[in-house]
Design a protein around this ligand. Structure first.
Ligand SMILES: Nc1ncnc2c1ncn2[C@@H]1O[C@H](COP(=O)(O)OP(=O)(O)OP(=O)(O)O)[C@@H](O)[C@H]1O
Ligand SMILES: O=P(O)(O)OC[C@@]1(O)O[C@H](CO)[C@@H](O)[C@@H]1O
Length: 316
């Protein structure tokens, strides 16, 4: 199967979002609304890219009856996929949206245990898929049994085939993945601080930490900052984009929508400021939707005029 973009989700999830009037920790919370969406970061990126008319395919590992349900939902949404089935069960991640303060609390399960032969099977599938791809998105946590250097291995595989990789992970998986020099990375502030050991309190510090990552051989760094927007850096330029005001309904998938819009911008040859505006708008639209619903191309197109990429001049 040929596709321009391949997204990898090694630890997918059914996202169960429950809405409560006001979350009371230690109290009885009655649910007003429930929705279940196919989730996992790479899968969310694929959902957005499919809606943007980009030729995308979601791959990774999947297990059990919940996994089949997730794939059936992807089929209904028309998102192409090719997952390797492993023993066990796909996790359910609980997202509790509290209406009074508009805050989402996330409770993510660990997911299935993976045996070495399943990882090998997946590597064979991916190698095949990459032969026609231009971009590879590696996103999300790793299930038990998958080594923390897997993203590093996958970045190396992609690099050897001339495929550009976008990495969005955390902890050791992110650290080791970075050592293999992906094309782009999207840390949040916490991850940026962890990766560089630098302060990220001020804008100057954020830019400096972003430049540290570029100096390690990356081409594009996007630092996402939730309601404060994001900073986009390549070797030549730096831009900051602030979101337009919204009532956040669930920020789940906002970062993934940003990654997807970034890939869309790269595939369609957008300039850095254009790409920055698209990506910030995509994240913001998704944050204004319930559950793990993602932005559509039409929504991003309609709202993108509400943000402006501001050029930043790093201190010498
Ligand atoms: N409360 C918010 N208001 C407006 N825009 C938001 C809000 N939260 C997120 N966004 C938009 O989504 C983008 C990505 O969000 P965020 O920085 O939370 O990503 P993240 O940490 O990767 O999240 P996740 O891992 O849950 O996807 C932001 O840069 C912003 O454009
Ligand atoms: O546990 P991970 O893999 O870090 O994150 C998984 C997850 O929280 O990320 C997505 C939102 O970004 C959700 O669809 C999913 O439940």
């Amino acid at each position: 199967m040929k596709s321009t973009v391949v997204t990898v989700t090694l630890n997918p999830a059914l996202d169960k979002t429950v809405t409560v009037p006001a979350l009371e920790v230690g109290g009885l919370n009655r649910v007003r609304q429930v929705r279940i969406d196919p989730g996992g970061k790479g899968i969310n990126v694929a959902k957005v890219l499919h809606g943007f008319d980009v030729d995308v395919l979601a791959t990774g590992l999947i297990a059990g009856g919940y996994g089949e349900r997730l794939l059936a939902q992807l089929d209904r949404q028309g998102v192409p996929h090719s997952f390797v089935r492993v023993p066990g069960e796909t996790r359910t991640n609980l997202k509790v949206y509290s209406e009074s303060d508009q805050v989402t609390t996330e409770i993510n399960e660990n997911g299935f245990d993976v045996q070495p032969q399943s990882v090998l099977e997946f590597l064979n599938v991916l190698e095949e898929l990459l032969s026609e791809a231009s971009y590879l998105v590696l996103a999300g946590s790793l299930p038990k049994g998958v080594s923390s250097d897997i993203y590093g291995q996958l970045v190396e595989l992609a690099n050897s085939k001339g495929v550009r990789t976008i990495l969005d992970a955390d902890g050791d998986a992110l650290k080791k993945g970075l050592e293999a020099r992906p094309y782009a990375v999207k840390p949040n502030l916490f991850e940026l601080q962890q990766l560089t050991g630098q302060g990220v309190e001020t804008l100057d510090e954020i830019i400096s930490a972003g430049q540290t990552l570029l100096a390690r051989g990356l081409s594009l760094v996007v630092v996402s900052m939730g309601g404060d927007g994001a900073v986009f850096l390549n070797k030549e330029e730096t831009y900051q984009v602030k979101p337009f005001p919204i009532t956040p309904q669930s920020t789940v998938g906002a970062g993934d929508s940003m990654v997807a819009a970034l890939v869309h911008g790269l595939v369609t040859g957008k300039s850095l400021p254009e790409l920055a505006e698209w990506a910030t708008t995509a994240g913001t639209v998704t944050a204004s939707k319930r559950g793990t619903q993602v932005c559509t191309a039409e929504e991003v197109q309609n709202e993108v005029h509400r943000v402006t990429a501001k050029k930043l001049v790093p201190k010498a």
